[in-house]
Design a protein around this ligand. Sequence first.
Ligand code: FES
Length: 165
Amino acid sequence: MSTRTPLIYTPKILDLFKNPRNLGKMEDATISSQAGSPACGDVITIYLKIDDSRIVDASFESYGCAANIAAASIITEMVKGKTLKEAWDITWEDVTKELGGLPSIKYHCSILAVGGLKRAIRKYFEEVAKIHPEWLPNDLSKEERQALEEEELIERIYRKYGMPP
Ligand code: FES
């Protein structure tokens, strides 16, 4: 018999995990961005369709856990119709609150999802709009920084021990 204690997920997380909204690649996305490392399996891609600085559509792909799928899904719902600035201001704490809470061990799942969103917004300004709005910080947001640190950690581990067979 298993001695593992199951994680307590809110009904909202379970619903979004079982019936994720806006799941799938968006072929005509204006921009997309990934966060996480394919090597460890926790990877999220956010797709945004942007019109006149407003997000008109959003979708996601996730190879993360239930919490990550739920966080990514709720993000795509939260950003639709928002300006890029309004979407940028969404934090992982906002997403966690919107999900009704997360077990603390799963905070990283929400951070990774918001990291993917912020990377997509930053990439849009760098590669598509080719402007730097005054509200967009030069320094990475806490969510982008955390995603980067996780990716670098995984790379270091695989450089040291090699890829699993
Ligand atoms: Fe890594 Fe959830 S995305 S544990």
